[in-house]
Design a protein around this ligand. Structure first.
Ligand SMILES: [Zn+2]
Ligand SMILES: [Zn+2]
Length: 258
């Protein structure tokens, strides 16, 4: 059975206990990284995951809290002796910008760099991102400030589905993306254009009849002032107004099954 290992759970501003939101999909045949925190290879090491086990990286959108660590990760993997190819997936907007960013570092001058394969995901509903032995992943547009991929991730061995909203305010394509999902990983940065609250996450989880709702990409500074207290109760209580399944606020290094 496939699982999700959280490497970071913070929204745009991290703190000492919470990196920016990024995570690993762990299958029987390999691992897929979704987005990059500030220092991905260190986070992987802390999580006990070999950087070399990452063969695929999906970038959801070109915001610093999601791609900021990508140049350092690409360089670190090379300096640590990577030889196997790395596959990178994302929307054209994101991959073009990332390639330009790497160009500013003159990475084409770095000798014996491992092979990087770029896979542009078309914008639109139900677009194939990745199909492999463990996972079948499709992309769906999220309503955010830049073109953004929400992900519908099917664990092929168990036939279960994880819906990840990424950053976005409620919209029809997220509703379609999450239909029939067993598990919903939903941002909870707060209500407003381009983002969602825990209440809105609960509404989506209730609408699609998910079993579990995991809240991520939340305000860690506010939460740490009231850890386990009013802020947590507010978020979980808000989510439960429209959803009777399991609700958890994920922490860095938390792990759950799809
Ligand atoms: Zn974000
Ligand atoms: Zn964003």
């Amino acid at each position: 059975m496939a699982s999700v290992k959280i490497l970071g759970s913070a929204y745009a501003t991290p703190n000492t206990q919470h990196e920016n939101t990024h995570f690993v999909l762990q299958g029987s045949h390999g691992n897929i990284l979704v987005d990059c925190g500030a220092n991905p290879t260190v986070r992987l090491e802390q999580a006990g995951i070999s950087f070399d086990s990452i063969e695929h990286v999906i970038f959801t959108h070109f915001h610093p809290d999601h791609v900021g660590g990508a140049p350092l990760m690409l360089m670190s993997m090379w300096l640590m002796g990577r030889t196997k190819p790395l596959n990178i997936y994302g929307l054209e907007h994101c991959l073009n910008n990332l390639q330009q960013l790497m160009g500013m570092y003159s990475w084409n001058m770095w000798p014996k760099f491992y092979e990087v394969n770029w896979h542009v995901v078309p914008d639109g509903d139900d677009q194939l991102v990745y199909a492999g032995e463990d996972f079948h992943i499709t992309g769906w547009p999220a309503t955010h400030f830049v073109p953004t991929l929400a992900l519908r991730i099917r664990d092929k061995s168990a036939g279960r589905v994880l819906a990840y909203t990424c950053d976005g305010s409620p919209c029809e394509s997220l509703n379609r993306m999450a239909v029939g999902a067993n598990t919903l990983l939903h941002e909870a940065a707060g209500e407003g254009f381009g983002h969602s609250s825990a209440l809105q996450a609960g509404q989506l989880a209730g609408r699609v009849g998910a079993e579990a709702l995991y809240l991520i990409h939340y305000d860690v500074h506010q939460r740490d002032q009231h850890f386990g207290g009013s802020s947590d109760r507010d978020m979980i209580g808000s989510a439960r107004q429209n959803f009777s399944g399991r609700v958890e606020i994920v922490e860095d290094f938390a792990e759950f099954e799809i």
